[in-house]
Design a protein around this ligand. Structure first.
Ligand code: NAD
Length: 356
């Protein structure tokens, strides 16, 4: 039987608080459904720097390489803002992404019908919104060479480069994700201006022959940004490069209201995955029991689905969360009845109650 080793990296700020609740949910579903998952924990980020002088200690990296899936809370905080670039907590995240070659970033933007008042768009525009952005994470203009300054320091340059292989592998992740959803894929590029986008469009179009059940369309990134706020429900899966995906996924995140609700996955070609809430370490509310643990718990649901193909267990968690929200229970970041506002651990417990 395939191993199911999960490494939890709680990190800093609210990371340990939300990971604690996510771990409770994972342990509960593992026990009741006998999923055979083993769980270990290690240090990452600012707390790892304090203990080991390194935000990504060797021991943590080795455990990460050996594990099948990683759940990360969040890293960073004001205590470490003045450290040298290489010692900053955020370097641990970049280190994990590059060491594990986590090239595919999956960010669902789902709006619970019980929270449509929390969105920045009118409720009818976002009611039942359920889309997925697949962003290429290890290539494109963020990594392309050459980059730098001219000799006279009068100009600066970066290079947007994608190989056919890089486009093909992210394309496959997106087509396969679309197959598991509503079978609609929109590839976003800037093919009217950029040569790299012309290649992107060619490679994605060629791949479409292998996925005849998926309807493929192409859209220019400026139009995609507009369409996301005009009519977001037209999208099922979007696939795009690193820079465009960075921007579009933040637009999509705002459509769903609170950052405390959004999970993400970063996958490599061996289906190893790093799962994490989209939010950061929220130092302003850390240690107060105010953090919403739902993004971390939904990250566990994504892990069960994408790393272990445990689709039923994954949707059990999603359904339990919807049930809790349908009864009006919320956390402090969400709009609603003050009498039903739960602390971080109360929310975790409520979700577990619904799983029984
Ligand atoms: P943030 O996401 O930590 O917080 C932004 C705002 O959202 C804050 O008001 C915070 O209280 C609130 N918030 C965030 N998550 C919440 C949750 N689960 N429940 C309720 N409210 C929540 O972003 P920031 O303030 O810009 O960054 C704080 C630190 O986190 C910085 O050091 C930054 O570098 C780091 N960061 C880490 C990651 C990561 O680990 N992946 C991502 C983003 C930022």
């Amino acid at each position: 039987m395939k191993t199911k080793e999960v490494l939890i990296l709680p990190g800093d700020g609210i990371g340990p608080e939300v990971c604690h609740e996510a771990k409770k949910v994972l342990e509960h579903i593992n026990d009741t459904k006998d999923l055979g998952i083993t769980i270990s924990e290690s240090a990452v980020g600012g707390c790892a720097f304090e203990e080991f002088g390194n935000p990504l200690p060797e021991k943590t990296l080795k455990l990460a390489q050996r594990s099948d899936a990683i759940l990360l809370g969040a890293v960073g905080g004001p205590s470490w803002d003045n450290l040298d670039y290489d010692l900053r907590p955020e370097r641990a995240l970049l280190g994990l992404r590059s060491e594990l070659d986590l090239f595919a970033n999956l960010r669902p933007a789902i709006l619970s019908k019980y929270l449509s008042d929390s969105s920045s768009l009118k409720p009818e525009k976002v009611l039942d919104l359920d889309m997925l952005i697949v962003r290429e994470l290890t290539g494109g203009i963020y990594f392309g060479e050459p980059r730098g300054r001219s000799d006279t320091n009068e100009s600066a340059f970066n290079t947007m480069v994608y190989s056919k292989n890089e486009i093909e592998r992210i394309g496959r992740v997106a087509f396969e994700a679309a197959q598991k959803r509503n079978k609609k894929l929109c590839s976003v590029d800037k093919a009217n201006v950029l040569e790299v986008s012309v290649l992107w469009r060619e490679v994605i179009s060629d791949l479409a022959d292998e996925y005849p059940d998926v309807h493929l369309s192409h859209m220019l990134v400026d139009n995609a940004a507009m369409q996301l706020v005009r009519e977001p429900k037209q999208f099922d899966v979007i696939v795009t490069g690193n820079l465009f995906g960075d921007i579009l996924s933040d637009i999509a995140a705002m459509l769903t209201g609170s950052i405390g609700m959004l999970p993400s996955a970063s996958l490599n070609s061996k289906n190893q995955g790093l799962y994490e809430p989209v939010h950061g370490s929220a130092p302003d509310i850390a240690g107060k029991g105010l953090a919403n643990p739902i993004a971390a718990i939904l990250s566990v649901a994504m892990m069960l689905k994408y790393s272990f193909s445990l689709n039923e267990a994954s949707s059990d968690i999603e359904i339990a969360i919807q049930e809790v929200l349908s009864e009006g229970y919320i956390t402090h970041d969400l709009e609603g009845n003050n009498n039903k506002k739960l602390s971080t651990s109360e929310m975790g417990n409520k979700i577990i109650e619904k799983l029984i």
